[in-house]
Design a protein around this ligand. Structure first.
Ligand code: FE2
Length: 315
């Protein structure tokens, strides 16, 4: 995997920058912070900037990890019982700043107005009443692999995850499409706009659909948009068979990484599908806790859905 291990000097520089930014902004949800994130990000150590720039530009891998940021388990407090934020300042603001500044090297963070109150930086924690559900807040069922927000043309280009706590080493699963050996004759139909994408369960108030291809871009190294769990079964046998072929090929290549506290995982949402293995949550403040952001490379593309040029909220 494409991985960067931070040095002690780099960690010190990141913490200094994180504290300064956190003292200027009460929250990473503030417009002021979001407008300045890419400026602050230029002060991150050069190795991080070079690493994420290469990930963005060269597409060496569907996922990458930055490890070595220390998380103080006592300071961050208990794993919250819900993603809805408590009023007041966050005990994890410096961690949120680090994740967001790394993300700002890949693009601009976005949020959906109809998902999780439009939060930019979301807590991925198990919720007791969701434990049987196919959601990021579920636990007892595998979160089946998917492209994030596959139904939407304006979905993020990247997902950033930062692990704060993962005591049971629950893997985040993924398959990079470049790792899958695809038979060109079997996938031709997947490049045609014959596949119907429905909103996934994390967008409960949306009921629109979008017809699009599953694979696009360079046929030799395609981009992928695929979420069989939230897609219609195609009408033709040819399309069904191609879809099943790709499902099997992705399943066979599915791998995973159990993130450690402080590790940031960036998933290229065009080059990899991702999911999560099931786990037994305790709901006692000690469970797995990740922060998540969604990043668009070109905010301008979704201008028709946003109120202002710099607004991050997709309506
Ligand atoms: Fe996801």
């Amino acid at each position: 995997m494409h991985r960067l291990e931070l040095t002690e000097e780099e960690v010190e520089a990141i913490q200094l920058l994180g504290r300064e930014v956190a003292s200027r902004h009460g929250s990473v949800e503030e417009d002021d912070f979001l407008d300045s994130a890419s400026t602050y990000a230029q002060e991150l150590p050069r190795r991080i900037r070079r690493f994420l720039n290469a990930f963005r530009l060269m597409e060496p891998s569907g996922v990458c990890v930055i490890s070595g940021y220390p998380v103080d388990d006592a300071k961050i407090g208990k794993t919250p019982a819900h993603w809805r934020k408590e009023p007041g300042s966050s005990a994890t603001l410096e961690e949120e700043v680090f994740l967001n500044l790394c993300g700002a090297l890949l693009g601009d963070a976005i949020a959906w107005a109809h998902q999780r109150d439009g939060l930019i930086c979301q807590d991925l924690v198990p919720i007791e009443s969701h434990k049987e559900e196919m959601l990021g807040s579920g636990s007892e069922r595998d979160l089946v692999w998917h492209t994030e927000d596959a139904r939407y043309s304006y979905r993020g280009d990247y997902i950033g995850l930062m692990c704060l706590r993962n005591p049971d080493a629950v893997p985040t699963t993924f398959t990079s499409i470049d790792e899958v050996r695809l038979d060109p004759d079997r996938i031709e139909v997947l490049f045609e706009p014959r596949f119907v994408f429905r909103p996934d369960p994390s967008h409960p108030t949306d009921n629109k659909r979008e017809k699009a291809p599953v694979l696009f871009g360079d046929p030799g190294s395609p981009y992928v948009r695929f979420d069989p769990y939230s897609m219609d079964r195609p009408e033709t046998e040819e399309a069904r068979s191609a879809m099943d072929y790709l499902i099997r090929a992705i399943d066979e290549n599915l791998t995973g990484v159990a993130l450690l506290p402080g590790e940031c995982l960036f998933i290229d949402n065009y080059k990899a599908v991702h999911g999560r293995s099931s786990f037994k949550a305790r709901f006692d403040g000690t469970d797995r806790w990740l922060k998540r952001i969604n990043i668009a490379r070109d905010l301008r593309k979704s201008r028709s859905l946003r109120k202002a040029p710099a607004s991050r909220m997709l309506l």
